[in-house]
Design a protein around this ligand. Structure first.
Ligand code: URA
Length: 431
């Protein structure tokens, strides 16, 4: 087949700061998916985009081309409206687990087609797999049954057919220092979410040390780009910018985070996890036309828990089985009296990862039991010798490197620090 463009011209155009034509974008994504454009050429183009950027039209076309590279799902036959959530990833971010069944308790279908963790941020599927028997891979018919007539929520692996161009490109960006770039992140995330076919979407865009976006302006730009892409494709989209300077909740690590999520579903749990679960759930039920849903009541009276148990059982899991517990633990204690003034999300994330909660390479096994339990959060008063954190692992030879990751990752000061009251920093709505 004769190709209509020469990839070198496309790379050169972007390298020199020009706008790519829609036809060039369609072709380059398609040719990359077919293997006609090689990884080394796409890497050069990704770096040119990283350095030169893309305008909104280019990002929109790039996103559409990635959607067109694969199949799309269609939930329009379901008797319930669909609402989805996507988080840009953080430390201790277990929100999908209580959120999906909570929203489903109001007869809104929640398709959470999720991924695994890579690096210091955890993955939802890795967390769910801490539950005995639970299966991430399920056929499309089962997804439709669970959403339509079953529990109304499903957390499962995204099929390989959705936006295959993104799968290839994301793996390439990961090894060419081209991940943290607004046009490439926004098109990557939104191509998968739009291909999935949800009616509405809320984006949880993390800001801070443990997030892709370290500062608020960059996070705002990412959020508004993604919201515009969603709206342009007919998906009701809003975004919340939320704090990721410190871990969310009191746990980071797979089984530990499931335990904390179940506490929230039982009407308890840490304040920040409850706050964010409710804020995201409010966006989802409102987008589905149920703005007055009494979400707090559904956490307290067991309705959300019932949906959780049904959802876990439908995928072969036993929601009542005890969660695995680490054989080895190590306590980190306060060296002085004072206030915990800083607890860095990145340091805790890297430490949990080194304990075995995350993977360094695709396909590696993670430990269900590994992770970190926090006994104090920024603003809490602490006494010398008091346990600040407990490290958990199945393999104690990992402790030294995990402890080293926490070096400089927290501070104790004599004066009470000012702490953020709310984990939600800002809301960006689609028009
Ligand atoms: N998550 C994605 O799916 N894609 C990105 O580019 C970054 C985070």
């Amino acid at each position: 087949m004769t190709e209509p463009f020469d990839v070198v011209d496309v790379i050169r155009a972007k390298r020199d700061g020009n706008t790519l034509d829609p036809e060039q974008i369609d072709w380059v994504i398609d040719a990359y998916t077919r293997g006609v454009v090689g990884d080394e050429q796409m890497a050069a183009l990704a770096m040119a985009i990283f350095l030169r950027g893309m305008n909104r039209q280019e990002i929109g076309r790039w996103t559409q081309a990635m959607i067109d590279s694969g199949e799309t799902m269609d939930f329009s036959s379901l008797p319930r409206p669909t609402a989805d959530k996507h988080s840009t990833g953080g430390v201790g971010d277990k929100i999908t687990l209580p959120l999906a069944p909570l929203v489903a308790a109001f007869d809104v279908a929640v398709p959470q087609l999720s991924g695994r963790g890579l690096g210091h941020t955890g993955g939802t599927l890795d967390k769910m797999e801490a539950i005995a028997g639970w299966q991430a891979e399920i056929p499309n018919e089962q997804i439709m049954d669970m959403l339509g007539t079953g529990p109304g929520a499903v957390i499962c692996a995204a099929g390989a057919g959705l936006a295959p161009a993104d799968k290839k490109l994301y793996a390439l960006r990961d090894i060419t220092a081209t991940v943290d770039c607004v046009p490439l992140i926004s098109s990557s995330i939104m191509s998968k979410k739009i291909a999935e076919g949800t009616d509405s979407l809320v984006l949880d865009v993390k800001v801070g040390s443990g997030a892709f976006m370290k500062d608020r302006d960059a996070a705002r730009e990412l959020a508004s780009t993604m919201v515009a892409l969603g709206v342009d494709h007919g998906v009701k989209t809003t975004a919340l910018l939320t704090d990721m300077d410190t871990p969310l909740g009191l746990t980071a690590g797979n089984a530990l985070e499931v335990r904390e999520s179940v506490e929230v579903l039982a009407g308890g749990g840490p304040k920040d996890v409850i706050e964010l679960t409710l804020a995201l759930a409010r966006e989802m039920v409102s987008a589905a036309g149920k703005p007055d849903a009494d979400l707090e009541a559904a956490l307290k009276d067991g309705r959300a828990m019932d949906r959780w148990k049904a959802m876990v059982r439908d995928q072969g899991g036993d929601p009542d089985a005890p969660l695995p517990v680490a054989e080895h633990t190590h306590d980190i204690v306060a060296e002085s009296d004072g206030y915990l003034s800083r607890l860095d999300a990145m340091a805790v994330g890297v430490s949990a990862w080194r304990l075995g909660a995350g993977r360094a390479r695709k396909g590696e096994q993670v430990q269900a039991v590994a992770g970190i339990e926090l006994h104090a959060k920024p603003g809490d008063q602490v006494r010398r010798g008091q346990t600040l954190m407990t490290l958990h692992t199945a393999t104690p030879e990992r402790f030294d490197r995990a402890i080293a990751a926490l070096d400089g990752g927290y501070s104790i000061t004599a004066d009470k620090p000012a702490v953020r009251e709310s984990v939600v920093l800002e809301r960006i709505a689609g028009v």
